[in-house]
Write a protein that binds this ligand. Structure first.
Ligand code: XMP
Length: 305
């Protein structure tokens, strides 16, 4: 484990030295890594740091509002509502890698515009140690590690948490006084809910995945999972009231892991599973079934696409 006080002191100093009198930007995702990187950089640079949060419409329930509140102390914070542009770009697309690519590209376009506006010479990133390993191994296109450095002609990239594991980043978040909700936040992929709805991305499927993910995160809190989520994996027949319906199938996934590179599916008790099932099917008319995913990583990945 790291000595958090010393880490913060050294990280702030490093950012000050690297950026000097210039301006910097950071893409804020709502997750703990970029939140910690932003808080460190803001301490070093003040309003010469522009944190940019792009609302892709693929975010979790309440995420945008929470980011706005947590970082309201930063006058330079920019929140970009881009959800219509993302949904348009994803319309009709079913291939998983193409979906990832579209979200990544769209994100870069939004971010690039903001970075130019802010006249930023430096890019601050919340890259952590396991991101670099997965990215080097090229296991999956991680849009938050690849594209950004290449877009604007940045003079330099600053990655203050690059040597840390997730649990260490959480400790630093607490030491920085960031909201416990941020410190405890489960990892959430760059492509967001787009990789939690199989096939075409539609508002209806996103709403189902968003509500169900919220239920799963709440109901499984006591298990303290690395990640708990819900994905919309298809349609099946069910009975609601007196009617047969053709509704969505929601798959619940809960795993333990240290770095996301391997993971074990959690053994949940039957009562918890049933409570989840009844909450999800009960609150959403168009959900016919809930299933629990018992697959470890490998062979499955944590996300569905
Ligand atoms: P997989 O699904 O590959 O995910 O087992 C491993 C961990 O990485 C997260 N993940 C991503 N994170 N950008 C990210 O920042 C991405 O494109 C991305 N894809 C997956 C996933 O949530 C899990 O924690």
């Amino acid at each position: 484990m790291v000595d958090t006080e010393l880490f913060i002191e050294e990280a702030v100093e490093e950012i000050e030295n690297e950026v000097g009198d210039a301006n910097a930007v950071i893409a804020l995702s709502g997750g703990v890594d970029s939140s910690v990187a932003a808080a460190l950089a803001y301490e070093a640079l003040g309003d010469r740091l522009t944190p940019v949060y792009v609302d892709t419409g693929l975010m979790r329930k309440g995420e945008t509002e929470q980011v706005a509140e947590t970082f309201s102390y930063m006058d330079s914070l920019r929140i970009v509502d881009a959800h219509e542009r993302f949904l348009d770009a994803l319309s009709g697309v079913t291939d998983p890698e193409e979906k990832r690519h579209i979200v990544g590209e769209g994100f870069i376009r939004e971010f690039e515009r903001e970075a130019r506006d802010a006249e930023a010479d430096y890019l601050v990133q919340g890259t952590i140690y396991p991101d670099r390993i997965e990215s080097e191994g090229n296991i999956k296109s991680h849009h938050n590690v690849g594209g950004l450095p290449d877009i604007v002609d940045f003079e330099g990239i600053v990655e203050p948490v690059r040597e840390l594991y997730k649990d260490e980043v959480r400790e630093v978040a607490r030491a920085l006084g960031l909201d416990e909700l941020v410190a405890e936040r489960m990892p959430f992929p760059g492509p967001g809910l787009a990789v939690r709805v199989l096939g075409e991305v539609t508002e209806e499927k996103l709403d189902v995945a968003r509500e169900a993910t919220h239920a799963v995160e709440e109901e499984l809190e006591a298990y303290d999972p690395w990640q708990a989520l819900a994905a919309v994996i298809g349609k099946a027949t069910g009975v609601k009231g007196d009617n047969r319906v053709h509704g969505w199938v929601v798959s619940v996934r809960a795993v333990e892991s240290r770095d996301g590179m391997t993971a074990r599916a959690l053994e949940l008790d039957w009562e918890t599973l049933q409570r989840l099932q009844s909450r999800i099917t009960g609150s959403q008319e168009n959900v016919a079934r809930v299933v629990y995913d018992v697959t470890h990583k490998p062979p499955a990945t944590i996300e569905y696409e």
